[in-house]
Design a protein around this ligand. Structure first.
Ligand code: NDP
Length: 384
């Protein structure tokens, strides 16, 4: 049996992970499960999987969690320090699936265990950059990418040397508004933005997909995970989301990873790595039924987020953490009806113009940049 912890167990990635674990109960010993405030759902999962510990990051929900777990023998805890403690409880693999920079401290705590971390929480890597990759190296941790594109690249790079890579191409579905005009984009609502054409995901990443900021964050994520140099990374829109990314080598060979648009496939690749495991999606890639795979260049006039992310990646330092924090504030404001859709990237751009912090040396520095950028984003929002 392998011990597993799932940070962000009540979310979309958490649910996909636990769905795979549910099918192999004899293989997994569930250690810690965490949520933000969804105490009832967390307690139900903790009971179902016989977790050792369940944590709500928002301590206000701890009484409800305790009540829901009464008599189960499962430890209940609450608050950010408890979340980090839970990530420190020994596990062979930790799935880091909290959304946003809020996942940084527990993800780093899991990395410091020196075992395996399956990383979905891209915002943590984008914000912390070298602080996280240095910790991975220092602790001898195996960092496996859950994001479908990065998981694809990881698989395509297997057995090859980075020096032989000519291009890494991240594919992007283009999101629900890929064919909308700029005029239409001004009118896009949160309900329309969260309806992704190909993937079923949490609200924040769905909006990020609609603005293409998701691909921007992934560009920075790829830069850290696969150090081939920014000039070798590129993005292409592929509306069918069948090819999840590609690696072209110097001999002219391009390797691609294909599969259904279901996160259980890349998650299974991480859970079983370096072996393979069954998923309920076997034999679903019917290329004859799909018929056509199409591609187009990203349109950075309508979707400036990938341009911003590229500039931010080039600038480096603490600037990616500013981009991420400003985007988190803007997406939240959009989802709550406070700003329009096209204001998201515009707001991020304005915050980036205000503030260029130096490279963070430690996680505390990343949190400080994150907090300051959030305040700047609030100020920009209130000025408009
Ligand atoms: P969801 O919104 O569905 O789930 C987020 C999870 O994080 C929930 O368990 C939530 O708890 C918890 N959470 C939210 N805020 C906090 C906080 N402040 N502190 C601690 N825990 C918190 O997100 P997704 O599963 O869609 O995404 C998770 C991560 O995976 C993101 O970084 C995303 O970019 C990445 N990812 C997601 C993909 C997908 O298909 N969904 C694909 C690739 C990457 P609660 O339920 O209590 O709110």
């Amino acid at each position: 049996m392998r011990r597993i912890s799932v940070l962000g167990a009540t979310g979309s990635i958490g649910a996909s992970t636990l769905d795979l674990i549910r099918r192999q109960p004899e293989a997994w010993d569930v250690v810690a499960l965490t949520a933000h405030g969804n105490a009832q759902a967390l307690a139900a999962l903790a009971r179902e999987f016989g977790a050792k510990i369940a944590v709500v990051a928002d301590e206000a929900w701890l009484p409800e969690l305790r009540e829901a777990l009464a008599g189960s023998g499962i430890e209940a805890a609450g608050g950010e320090a408890a979340l980090v403690e839970a990530a420190r409880v020994p596990a062979d693999i930790t799935v880091a699936a909290i959304v946003g920079c809020a996942g940084l401290a527990p993800t780093m705590a899991a990395i410091e265990q020196g075992r395996t971390v399956a990383l979905a929480n891209k915002e943590a890597l984008v914000s912390a950059g070298e602080v996280m990759t240095a910790a991975v190296a220092r602790h001898g941790t195996t960092l496996l990418p859950v994001d479908s594109e990065h998981n694809a690249i990881f698989q395509c790079l297997s057995g090859n040397a980075h020096k032989d890579v000519r291009w890494i191409t991240l594919t992007a579905s283009g999101g629900p508004f890929r064919d909308w005009s700029l005029e239409q984009l001004h009118t896009a609502t949160p309900e329309q933005a969260v309806k992704h054409p190909n993937w079923s995901m949490g609200a924040k990443i769905s909006v990020d997909s609609a603005t293409m900021m998701n691909k921007g964050l992934e560009f920075i994520e790829a830069y850290h995970l696969f150090p081939v140099g920014l000039e070798r990374l590129r993005i292409i829109v592929h509306p069918q989301s069948i090819i999840h990314s590609m690696v072209e080598y110097r001999d002219g060979s391009t390797l691609a990873q294909l599969g259904p648009s279901d996160m259980r496939v890349p998650i299974a690749s991480c859970l079983a790595w370096p072996a393979r495991m069954d998923t309920p999606l076997a034999a679903q890639l019917d290329l004859a039924a799909i018929g056509q795979l199409t591609f187009r260049a990203p349109d950075e006039e309508r979707f400036p987020a990938t341009r911003l992310a590229r500039q931010v990646a080039q600038a480096g330092g603490g600037i990616p953490a500013v981009l991420n924090a400003a985007n988190e504030v803007a997406v939240d404001a959009f989802l709550n009806g406070r700003i329009g859709f096209t204001r998201i990237a515009a707001m991020v751009d304005e915050v980036l113009g205000r503030y260029a912090p130096p490279p963070p040396a430690a996680i505390e520095d990343v949190h400080a940049v994150d907090a300051q950028a959030r305040r700047a984003a609030q100020a920009v929002m209130e000025m408009a």
